[in-house]
Ligand binder design. Sequence first.
Ligand code: AMP
Length: 213
Amino acid sequence: MKLILFGPPGAGKGTQAQYIVKNYNFFQLSTGDLLREEVEKKSLLGNKIEKIISKGDFVSDEIVNPLLINALKIQNKKKSIIFDGYPRNISQAKNLEKILDEINQKIDLVIFLKVSRETIQKRILGRITCQKCNMTFNEFFNQEEIKNHSCGKDNLKRRKDDNEETVITRYDTYMEKTKPVLDFYSDKEVFIEIDGGLKIEEITAKIDQILKV
Ligand code: AMP
């Protein structure tokens, strides 16, 4: 199965993707993670990407598409995939259709997590991620879990692009540029909208209903 998890930054895509990976044996393909890996390498390309990401802008298709294609190539073709953070514009949506078509596959499901700007602000500004196990927490909502996290507090770091100014740009850029993508999928049968403002467990319960069929 090929699934797109769609929604603005902070909608909970990462959290829900982790749940689906663990419980339904999917592979998570996050273009944000691929870009951050490139930044970590401190290559020329990585430095260029870092500047774009830190401003909250979108990285160009010329940079993102090859990273996505490479990641798809090294994946077990039989494994189900969650696309997290891709597509973000119409040309990426069309590119994904084309790539999948070439290997006789298609998008089976698009889950849209719909969330307001206010909720996003609070979520992103509190978000911290464990460098070791990739789990995410929120400083406003998960104080106990943070205190008891088995990898230790020192591994919990805030993403560089999770600051107030960037958050607003990222949300607005997302809404402006991805609106056509939403329109592209929303009248297709594969499209399902979930209220991303619900609690994590309520969202996972809805996802269970969909994936367990
Ligand atoms: P994310 O981890 O999905 O929130 O992505 C973090 C940042 O990486 C975004 O704010 C963009 O700057 C960039 N990015 C991730 N995926 C894409 C994509 N498909 N197209 C363009 N830029 C992307």
